[in-house]
Each structure stands twice: as C-alpha cells, then as structure tokens.
Design a protein around this ligand. Structure first.
Ligand code: PLP
Length: 374
C-alpha cells in the first residue's frame, strides 16, 4: 500500500440497524468536533460532573460512584467484575448467550470460582434457579446477569433479584449494554450493585465509553479486598479518585471528545424523556416484529421477554441469511446483524436502538427484506 496516497476518509452512509453501533444524532457528532480542553481544565472537570449527574438520571440511581469508564462496554464488564472478585470468590453467572459467557470468562480470569447457570439461547433464567444455586453454594460473592442479551434478543427479568442476592450476602452485577436508554433500567429499585453499559447502543453515541455505577455496598466490598485489583487501569479506587468531585487525582487522560459526545447524547435522551423513549422503542419494535412475521420470520426470544432494542428473528426456512444481509448492505446501505455462536446462519439481529428506532427505518428495512426475499 502506498501510505502517502491513502485518500481522505469518506465512508459510505449506512443505516445502522445491527446490534450496534446505532445511528448517531448530528448534535453528538458536532459535540465531538468542538475544541479540546485539557483533562484537568476546570471547565472539563465541570463537564465530568455534568456527565455523572446525567448518568445517574439515566441509570435511575443515587450512587455517588457513577462514571464513564474509558473503554467500550467490555471495559465496563471487566471493571465491574475485576473489582468485586478476588481469587477463590464464588460467582454465579447466568449464561444465556455470548455476553453471559463473556462474563463467565472474566470471572475465570479473576481466579473466581465460577458457578455457571447455562440457559438455552433465547430463554431467560427463572429467579428460582438462581435462588437454588445461592442456597446450594453457600458463600457467594457475586451474581452476574445480562439484562439485555444482544446475541438472542431476550430480556432477563430483574424483579426480586437484588433482594434475593442481598439476603444471601451476594452482590448483583448487571450488564445493561443493550438496554440503557432504550428499555427501563432501574439501578436503585433493582438494588443492583454494579451496573455497566456501553455508549453505542440505545444511547446513540459512538463506541468508546462504558457508563458504570457502583452501589455503596459494592464500594465497601472493593475496600474490603485482601488483594489488589489485578487491573491497574480499571481499579475502581483509583478511577473513583479521578472522578470524585474535589479530588480529581490524575489517573489517566480522559478521552475528551468521547466525554463531549456522551454528554450531548445524554442531553438528547433526557430531553426526550426516559418514558417517552422507552415507549418509542416498544412501538417501533412491535411494528418491525409484525412486519418480519409477515415475511415468514419467527422470534428467537421467549415470549414475554423480548427486547424492543434488539429484535432477534429466525430467518425463514431455506433462506441463505448471509446472502440477504449482504444484499441489504450492498443494495440498500442497511446493516443488520447475523447470529453468533450456535445461532450463526439462523437468525437476523435487527437493532432499533436510540436514533435507529424510527418509523422510517422500520419501513426501510422491511421493504429491503421483502425485496431480498422475493
Ligand atoms: N454486553 C453486551 C450485552 C453487549 O451487547 C456488548 C456488545 O455488543 C458488550 C457487552 C460488549 O461491549 P463492547 O463491544 O462495546 O465492548
């Protein structure tokens, strides 16, 4: 490659209806192109405070420790788990898809004693099964669940889970990467202890930050550790001193433009209002699901537990799902996702997240699918 002849960037204009990233509002793109501040500039420190307050509103929590981890959703997952799990600690992980399995992998890497509750992909885990595992295992440090399993389109019910965990002395870790800002997330009402997300799904911001909130109970567990957190970068104690108002001890250089972007995307979320936003996600998902059913697709996720943000449907029998996705991309500039793991070649994952959840996008993808299937 002649590197000096690499042309100016001009990516095609795609309609992003896959599992993420989602479409980004022009206001967010504009915020990213505003001039940088130094990361310890007094105005930037105020901006960090603003983002923390916005995140508390969206997470529906009073947790003082509510920050944006520098890194994608996986950094949020890793931050939650590496801080809470010490070698030998038991952790129950509900694995109902790719992301539950990723949590299980991280627990293993922390030296935790993994108790994996495997659930068929597309199903959710009954509270009774988690209770049984808690009873059987005795001392459990953490119970980890994925609220919105992007690989299957299933939404894990959260009612009663936090209380159950606390009654057994365990902490509750929740992945809300594909739900925050699109599906109700109620950190305090759930009594969840460590909840993380990503910016590129229902918040409609580019990927690059991982909102994370830790309850006082989780912070006590971090303080009570006998061993140092094995990750220097994600050590909650050190990151907390960086984000804590009045402290702001240098830890790492915040990704300034990403923080601007998140601030603007959260302004958009809160301007719309959470309830209105959730209703919009439900409305467009219902329309899409009705449309794809007419095209011969059936939902992958268990009835009553289907995510409005990520619509996972089985391709009609005999259809080459990969060829259809290719046609959508090449002929219509529409991106949708394929299946992962055991669902590869069988399902489409159509994301209607944040800015992508619009009536015109539902109509566009249905028309394109109809044409590709004709
Ligand atoms: N958890 C869930 C439920 C996800 O959907 C994803 C990404 O799709 C992740 C975690 C990891 O996030 P990232 O790819 O931003 O690292």
């Amino acid at each position: 490659m002649n590197v000096s002849a690499v042309p100016e960037l001009a990516p095609p204009l795609r309609l992003l209806l896959g599992p993420g990233p989602s479409m980004v509002h022009p206001r967010v793109l504009r915020a990213m192109s505003t001039p940088l501040l130094g990361h310890l500039d007094p105005r930037f420190l105020e901006i960090m405070n603003e983002v923390q307050a916005q995140l508390r509103a969206v997470f529906r929590t009073e947790n003082p420790f509510t920050i944006a981890v520098s890194g994608t959703g996986s950094a949020g997952m890793e931050a939650a788990l590496v801080n809470l799990i010490e070698p030998g600690d038991a952790a129950i992980v509900v694995a109902a898809g790719v992301f539950g399995n990723r949590m299980a992998e991280i627990v293993g890497r922390c030296g935790g004693r993994l108790v994996k509750l495997d659930v068929p992909w597309g199903q959710v885990c009954e509270l009774g099964r988690i209770e049984e595992a808690l009873r059987k295992e005795g001392k459990v440090k953490v119970v980890a669940v994925v609220h919105a399993e992007t690989s299957t389109g299933a939404q894990q019910p959260m009612e009663g889970l936090g209380k159950l965990c606390h009654a057994h002395g365990a902490l509750l870790v929740v992945d809300t990467v594909t739900s925050l800002g699109g599906v109700p997330v109620e950190v305090d009402a759930w009594e969840a202890d460590a909840v993380y997300s990503g910016t590129q799904k229902c918040l409609s911001c580019p990927p690059g930050l991982a909102p994370l909130t830790l309850s006082p109970r989780a912070l006590d567990a971090v303080k009570a550790r006998k061993t140092k957190v094995q990750s220097w970068y994600l050590d909650a104690g050190m990151v907390a001193d960086y984000w804590a108002e009045g402290k702001r001890v240098y830890h790492h250089t915040a990704p300034i433009s990403m923080v601007y972007a998140l601030r603007e995307s959260l302004r958009l979320v809160l301007e719309e209002g959470l309830e209105a936003r959730f209703a919009r996600h439900r409305r467009h998902s219902a329309a899409l699901m009705a449309g794809v059913a007419a095209l011969g697709c059936s939902p992958q996720a268990q009835e009553g537990h289907r995510l409005p943000s990520l619509n996972c449907v089985r391709a009609p029998a005999g259809v080459d799902e990969g060829a259809v996705r290719k046609a959508l991309l090449n002929e219509h500039d529409i991106e949708i996702g394929g299946g992962l793991g055991p669902l590869a070649g069988q399902v489409w994952r159509i994301g209607l997240m944040g800015e992508s959840s619009r009536q015109e996008n539902v109509l566009a993808v249905l028309a394109a699918l109809e044409q590709a299937l004709a």
